[in-house]
Every structure is written in structure tokens, then in C-alpha cells.
Design a protein around this ligand. Structure first.
Ligand code: DGY
Length: 320
């Protein structure tokens, strides 16, 4: 009998075919995320869980005595309680590398959109307001090219972003990271800065750091006050790396000029969240890696990790 796995997300056809050579697959087919009580029931007898963003904690692990692996279809793994997984001897994997370029693309799209007010002016044109004023200064934005970009978190995505900024947009790039990245400094001429100096000098501040206990609310009231009044803040990491109330205040009080956000404290964001009422904020629904090609590559990689562990081998992307 093949070992059983459960997936909370749909599988591309070729991935399903590949996994089913080694495993019996049970899947969630509902339109909305699987309710927790159903998930706990479904994982009673599985050896593998294939999912995105499902909270893996002690309660869940107690319900799955045969579980050997949780394969995340994402690079972030802040949904893992790493200590609990270690105690229960459950392996956790993620899907790095394959999404770096797509997330860097989306990040740059948010920078350009916020600076040139694309979403705001798109709404204006569609509402028939173009030409209501003779003064086209009303449509002015600010330049992205030849300005200063500050990247907080210089991992693979940061490097892909730095490449776009330096080679495509002639930007001066500062970065802040736990460790200096001399290879990136050498390759692209980016400069290391401490967090305070990066915040004080950047025209665009991009947050790319993973969410960990150390990066929770890394950017808050004090940090927004350090930023230029003309600066834009872009977040494509996790919502909890920023104090969202402080961000709203900074935008309302014009301590910064605007923001581009792909991630939020609560997702999906509440429709009444004040961020959605501000014209100088561009939002997307956590789509950093959401292209057909990249999502398929992530699915393949997550399947390779899952099958490896289920068949007694080492996965390529073990994080715990
Ligand atoms: C990830 O994979 O963690 C990204 O947030 C997806 O967009």
C-alpha cells in the first residue's frame, strides 16, 4: 500500500501524476482555505502534508502521529513552529530559488506603480475624469531612475532586485542585512548601510526580510520618522514585519509619500482597513510569486521535497 499524503492546495496535473507514483493522494477541493477542524481530521493517517501557509503547531502535530514531512509551496516558512516540529521529528521544507525573479519583478512593479501613480491614475481615467483639469501637473509622479533604493534583507530576491535597479534604472542601491554580502557588493556595486542610515537616505525603502521573532515589527513608528518625507515604502515580505498602525499613521501624517504593499497583517485584508482608503497606497493580494510558470515550478519543487522524504531520501530544501 502506498503511503498517504494530504494536499490543501490544488496540484498541477504533472505534479499530481508524479506524486501519485509514490503516494496515495487525498486533497482539499473546497473554494476557500480548508477549515482547521477538517484539516485536523484529514491528517490523522498521512505521512506527508503539501500546503501553503498552514499553521504547523503542536496541536496539528498531535493529530498526525504518522507525519514525516510538511512541504510548503512557498519560500517563507513562518507558518512552521520550528521547535514543535523538531520535538515531533517532522521535517519542514520550502521552495527557494524558483521564485526569486518573479518576486523581484513584482517588487519593481510596486515601486514603479507607487512612484508614477499608475493605479490611482488608471482609476481616474476609467472614471471619466481625464481632462477635468487643464493642469497636467495633477498627474505628475516622481522618477524612479537615478534615485536611491534601500533594500532591507539582501537574500536572493534582494540580489535580483538590486540587479534590476542598478542595470535597468541606474539607481544607487543601499542594503541592510544581518551579514554583509560582499559578492553582491562586488557584482552590482551596492553599498552596505546600517538600518538607520538606509532609512534616512533612501527614496524607496523595500522590505524583503523573512518573518522571524527578530524581524517582527522591524519597521514601526520610529523607523517611519527616520525616512524622508518624499520616500516610498514597499513591503513584499510578510505583513507582520511592519507595525501596520504605524504605517497608516505615517501615510496619513505625510511622514512618507506613499507605499506599495503585497502583504498585510491580516490576509485577506479587511475591506475596512484604512490602508485601502489612501490614494497614495498601491496594494496587491500577496502575489509576489503568482505567475503561471513560477507557481508551477514551486509546485514541482515542493513535490520533489515531499516525495524524497516519503521515499526515505533527503529533501533538497530542508529548513527543519
Ligand atoms: C512566499 O513564497 O513565501 C511568497 O510570499 C509567495 O508570494
Amino acid at each position: 500500500m502506498k503511503p498517504k499524503i494530504f494536499t490543501t492546495v490544488p496540484l498541477p496535473e504533472k505534479v499530481e501524476k508524479n506524486i501519485s507514483e509514490y503516494c496515495e493522494i487525498d486533497k482539499w477541493t473546497g473554494d476557500r482555505s480548508i477549515p482547521r477542524h477538517i484539516l485536523l481530521e484529514k491528517i490523522k493517517d498521512v505521512v506527508g502534508l503539501y500546503s501553503t501557509g498552514v499553521g504547523i503547531d503542536e496541536e496539528l502535530l498531535r493529530h498526525a502521529p504518522n507525519l514525516k514531512i510538511v512541504s510548503n509551496v512557498s519560500v517563507g516558512y513562518n507558518n512552521f513552529d520550528l521547535e514543535a516540529m523538531k520535538r515531533f521529528n517532522v521535517i519542514g521544507t520550502n521552495t527557494p530559488y524558483v521564485l526569486d525573479e518573479s518576486v523581484a519583478d513584482l517588487t519593481f512593479a510596486l515601486i514603479l506603480n507607487a512612484a508614477r501613480r499608475i493605479s490611482e491614475l488608471d482609476r481616474m481615467v476609467k472614471e471619466g475624469q481625464w481632462g477635468k483639469s487643464d493642469d497636467d501637473k495633477e498627474y505628475f509622479g516622481v522618477d524612479v531612475n537615478s534615485t536611491k533604493l534601500g533594500i532591507i534583507g539582501m537574500g536572493r530576491i534582494g540580489k535580483a532586485l538590486a540587479r534590476r535597479a542598478k542595470l535597468g534604472f541606474n539607481m544607487d542601491v543601499l542594503y541592510y542585512n544581518r551579514n554583509r554580502k560582499l559578492d553582491v557588493e562586488e557584482e552590482y556595486g551596492v553599498k552596505y548601510a546600517d538600518l538607520q542610515s538606509l532609512l534616512e537616505h533612501s527614496d524607496f525603502v523595500v522590505l524583503l526580510t523573512p518573518l522571524t521573532p527578530d524581524t517582527y515589527h522591524l519597521i514601526g513608528e520610529k523607523e517611519f520618522k527616520l525616512m524622508k518625507k518624499s520616500a516610498f515604502f514597499i513591503n513584499v515580505s510578510r505583513g507582520q514585519t511592519v507595525d501596520e498602525q504605524a504605517l497608516i499613521s505615517a501615510l496619513q501624517n505625510k511622514e512618507i509619500k506613499g507605499a506599495g504593499l503585497d502583504v498585510f497583517t491580516k490576509e485577506p485584508i479587511e475591506p475596512k482597513n484604512l490602508l485601502l482608503q489612501l490614494n497614495n497606497v498601491v496594494v496587491t493580494p500577496h502575489i509576489g510569486s503568482a505567475t503561471e510558470r513560477t507557481r508551477e515550478d514551486m509546485a514541482v519543487r515542493a513535490a520533489q521535497n515531499l516525495v524524497a522524504v516519503v521515499t526515505g531520501k533527503d529533501p533538497i530544501d530542508r529548513v527543519i
